[in-house]
Design a protein around this ligand. Structure first.
Ligand SMILES: Nc1nc2c(ncn2[C@@H]2O[C@H](COP(=O)(O)OP(=O)(O)OP(=O)(O)O)[C@@H](O)[C@H]2O)c(=O)[nH]1
Ligand SMILES: [Mg+2]
Length: 325
């Protein structure tokens, strides 16, 4: 399609309006647009190799946005172009977004080499993550060489973000005494580094203590890679302390993974996983929209919820209905 190619070329040239247009196309719920969006992504895929993808998560108020602003300003000075995207699992409920009304990245937002984009409210986490991932690719093709995906830490969304980035950073606070209780083990297992924020002033000794406890706990976890020991670090995003150290850790991680061949391997694995996620999502939707299924789903589900039909029998009946022409 010549139109798609034109848009792709314009995105590649770094034109912001075309990038915004491309993102709108990807976010569109109009089924007519999905073929065009897929063509566009295919066209741009070869241009998405060179960026560094970073995921950042942590509980509300831990300082994610403040950290991203500090890191972002630092990276801009080093000549990078950065894009910041948000996966907001709460947007399904509130219709709001992390970066919506409470953007705390005012400095970054004024910079021409920074692109900040909240994810649209979506019906499912999968849907929101899908758009975030595709938006990330568009930004890369447009020349942004560092992509930061922010998400509030509520389990599911962290996993979704970790599966689309090269480096996953978990922000924590030093809460005296219960450092390791508040953190779910599963989340710790997907982190490539743990960063204790607000480690300044009188909070510093407690943060250092927490850092040591994390470091000890991390040593006990089975490593994701034999070539990377997940570090526990300190910073103060508000006071701009320790930010560059984190960046050096990220660069070191990427260099090590590339050297070991694990970088490319992980991206290809993520791409394959992603394909299956999309297939499964679409299958589920086809299933739910199937007229045979639709005709009986409520009755069958009621049977299961009232204990009169077994889940296995119910599933079998629904699948048989789905296969029936
Ligand atoms: N003392 C101190 N305060 C900080 C630091 N970093 C962030 N804060 C403050 O903590 C509050 C929350 O910071 P945000 O950056 O908005 O936190 P967030 O994790 O993005 O929060 P959500 O987007 O709501 O999930 C703000 O008042 C920040 O000024 C820090 O290093 N030290
Ligand atoms: Mg925030």
């Amino acid at each position: 399609m010549p139109q798609t190619k034109q848009l792709a070329d314009s995105v590649r040239s770094g034109n912001i309006r075309s990038l915004a247009k491309a993102i709108t196309l990807i976010e569109s719920r109009n089924p007519d647009h999905s073929k065009e969006a897929a063509d566009l992504l295919d066209n741009l895929l070869p241009d998405t190799e060179n960026a560094i993808r970073i995921g950042i998560s942590g509980v509300p108020g831990v300082g994610k946005s403040t950290f991203i602003e500090a890191l972002g300003m630092d990276l801009l000075q080093r000549g990078h172009k950065i894009a910041i995207l948000a996966v907001d699992p709460s947007s399904q409920l509130s219709g709001g977004s992390i970066l919506g009304d409470k953007t705390r990245m005012e400095e970054l937002a004024r910079e021409k080499n920074a692109f900040i984009r909240p994810s649209p409210a979506g019906n499912t986490l999968g849907g929101v993550a899908r758009k975030t991932r595709e938006t990330m690719l568009l930004c890369e093709a447009a020349g942004y060489d560092v992509i930061i995906v922010e998400t509030v830490g509520v389990g599911q969304s962290e996993i979704a973000v970790a599966s689309m980035v090269d480096f996953f950073l978990l922000l924590q606070l030093a809460n005296a005494g219960d450092e390791l209780q508040g953190i779910k083990k599963g989340v710790m297992e997907i982190a490539d580094a743990i960063l204790i924020n607000k480690a300044e002033g009188e909070n510093r000794p407690r943060a250092e203590l927490a850092r040591q406890q994390y470091a000890n706990a991390l040593h006990l976890l089975k490593p994701k890679s034999n070539h990377w020991q997940v570090p526990a670090l300190l910073c103060s995003a508000l006071h701009n302390q320790g930010i560059n150290e984190v960046w050096q850790v990220i660069l070191n991680f990427i260099a090590t993974m590339k050297q070991q061949g694990e970088f490319e391997e992980k991206r290809l694995l993520q791409a394959t996983d992603w394909m299956w996620t999309l297939v499964m999502d679409d299958l589920k939707e086809l299933f739910l929209r199937d007229k045979n299924v639709a005709a009986m789903i409520e009755r069958v589900q009621t049977g299961v919820s009232q204990g009169t039909t077994s889940p296995g029998a119910a599933a079998r009946r629904l699948l048989e209905a789905f296969r029936r022409p």
